[in-house]
Design a protein around this ligand. Structure first.
Ligand code: RIB
Ligand code: NA
Length: 309
């Protein structure tokens, strides 16, 4: 009847250039390939959850333009409920300029556009969907007020929340922590939020303890090839969950693949220990880094070993 996973978040058209390295300020370099793709952290997470078999709904705003129309079609093609994907006539669909180097690393500039116009009026329309969902997923590519409001609505209706503070801001409203059942960030986001460097697994442990103190239920700090650390307020000790060793071609959206997978497991296999969900989500994300693009590289259920389901 309801949804497994609802995302209140962003849609971006990714404009991707592959180049040997990232250019310096003022520099022009030759790249070897250009492609466009469907991106935006919110939509990426939603699509990964959908590809694993979750019943998903997206709450978002795109432009009334070619990119917006194709984006809505993309959701439909992936079985995502689009009744709450709105089109603004006064702003363009969000865009992300992405450069990927030969090591699979990236640099990204986003222009959020229509994403910033998602607000109270749209959330009101989305409430019936939101209140009958297992898990709500939010990020920081739409207005922070809208994200906070969505998290508050979820809390009020006893919906589990996963919050991904990306892209991170140093002065995050303290309510984001208390409204997060699972607070999931990467090393650089944790650095910005806590003010201390996260270079080692030990740093990650310390950092997640600090984030947990701010009031979230659980902290998951992702560390790329090194997997993630999981720290739960209730009981259990800190734990480091290793990721499979793979050769990365393009890590764009790997964190979103992880979070989308995590949301799928929380909704579909709620009895699994969180560390086991994280282990499986690491596996899903490891597949995504082995192909170019964000959503274009996300595995479906049929691409993955049966033991993950
Ligand atoms: O997390 C990866 C995503 O960040 C890209 O798809 C891009 O759109 C930016 O939002
Ligand atoms: Na990828």
């Amino acid at each position: 009847e309801g949804f497994d996973v609802t995302v209140v978040g962003s849609c971006m058209t990714d404009l991707v250039s592959q180049a040997p390295r990232l250019p310096k300020a003022g520099e022009t370099i030759h790249g070897h390939k250009f492609f466009t793709g469907f991106g935006g952290k919110g939509a990426n997470q939603c699509i990964q959850a959908a590809k694993l078999g979750a019943k998903t709904a997206m709450v978002a705003k795109v432009g009334k333009d070619f990119f917006g129309d194709s984006y809505i079609q993309n959701f439909k093609d992936n079985g995502v409920h689009t009744e709450c994907v709105f089109q603004a006539s006064d702003a363009a669909t969000g865009a992300a300029s992405i450069i990927v180097n030969d090591a699979g690393e990236n640099a990204i500039v986003i222009v959020a556009g229509a994403n910033m116009l998602l607000g109270t009026a749209e959330l009101k329309v989305a409430l019936p969907a939101l209140r009958r969902t297992e898990v709500l997923l939010c990020q920081l590519e739409i207005s922070p007020e809208c994200t906070l409001q969505a998290l508050r609505m979820a809390r009020q209706h006893h919906v589990k929340t996963i919050f991904n503070p990306a892209p991170a801001v140093p002065d995050l409203d303290p309510d984001f922590y208390t409204l997060s059942d699972v607070f999931c960030c990467n090393e650089s986001e944790a650095e910005l939020l806590t003010g201390s460097p996260v270079a080692t697994v030990e740093d990650a442990h310390r950092s997640s303890q600090e984030l947990l103190r701010r009031g979230c239920g659980t902290v998951i700090l992702t560390m790329g090839a090194r997997g993630c650390v999981v720290l739960q307020a209730q009981g259990a000790a800190l734990c480091h969950v290793q990721a499979p060793a793979v050769k990365a071609v393009d890590t764009t959206g790997a964190g979103d693949s992880f979070i989308g997978a995590l949301a799928f497991y929380m909704a579909h296999h709620p009895a699994l220990p969180l560390e086991e969900m994280a282990r499986r989500a690491n596996h899903v994300a490891a597949v995504s880094v082995q192909a170019v693009g964000a959503q274009a590289s996300y595995p479906s259920r049929t691409d993955l070993p049966a033991e993950l389901f």
